[in-house]
Design a protein around this ligand. Sequence first.
Ligand code: PLP
Length: 375
Amino acid sequence: MSAFDNATVSVSLDAIAHNTALLARHAPTAQVMAVVKADGYGHGLIPSARAARAGGAQWLGVVGIDEAAALRAAGDTGSILAWRTGAQSDFATAVSLDVAVSAAAPEALEAIAAAARAAGGRASVHLALDSGLGREGAPLGEQWDVLLAAAASLDTALVDVCGVWSHLAFADDPHHPTIDAQRAAFIAGAEQAQSVGLDIRLRHLANSAATLTRPDLHFDLVRPGLAVYGVSPIPADGAAFGLRPAMTFRAPVFAVKQLPAGHGIGYGHTYHATHDTTVVVAAAGYAEGVPRSAGNSAPVQINGGRFTISGRVSMDQVSIDIGAHPVAVGDVVTFFGPGDSGEPTVEEFARACGTISYEIITRLGARAARVYVGG
Ligand SMILES: *Cc1c(COP(=O)(O)O)cnc(C)c1O
């Protein structure tokens, strides 16, 4: 093993490209928007975006206009949508960089039109419909009516209202009855938008789970995020879909010691050695993104063996009781990876921490260097 002192997040760019192409094959009638928000789900915004483009993503999805601007600054010239926007957003930047934006209220549409007028450009807008999630978007009824009326009154030379989108509440449960209800509401809302004269060409509702399990929700475009990075979006083995996990999270062992039976380990001594044993200390703690809930619960792999994090997670390290397993300073602790060599997957690691894989991968800290493989 090469010498390293800090935890590393290694990312397979080939896996991201592979997964994007796989998602495109699952949705052959739709365009693919690879979601690269939150620093590419912790994998790195720019490298992830490039790999997703290489895999065939026609669109990139982000929440912030600042994220879209970072993509443009890195040379991305393709279609981008930023959706966590409101009347306060920097639409001038979006228009000047040709980034499509979302709108869910008439005030936002006014701000978008004003920005387009000032910039001498044309804004591209996707209307957000709340088809049942109860989060962003205008609900059907009066709020959707008012939004559509405002959209229809805009100068089409300034604003191209080309999309309607919504988001699912239970996508990870593909047969949940709310999905059919959201589908029906979405279709009704999109038809209503057409009927007021808007030229809607991009209807989109599907995240990763719906892209993989609900072809009836593909419409014109799909918006997978988690699956782009190879992580299963539903409680099934991602390998069953042909996904390849892109991320491996590792840290070096920087101390190895012998402790006698009964010795407490770490803050609060929440773990005691049951035998005379060997304990290793690895260079990743909650500052690197190992949740405190991983203490005494989450699995790791060291030199081919599986162990559990012993005692509390500290800011900068974790301890692991490895019994008589052979180990030396500089050996590698793998917290999670693709699972190909028996290491935990991020789904398994997250479950042991009482959370979801999304939270684990997006919260890995900046001190853990990103290392890119392939691409
Ligand atoms: C994050 C997000 C997605 C991607 O969701 P996944 O479950 O990661 O596929 C799609 N659409 C919206 C609106 C999102 O916020």
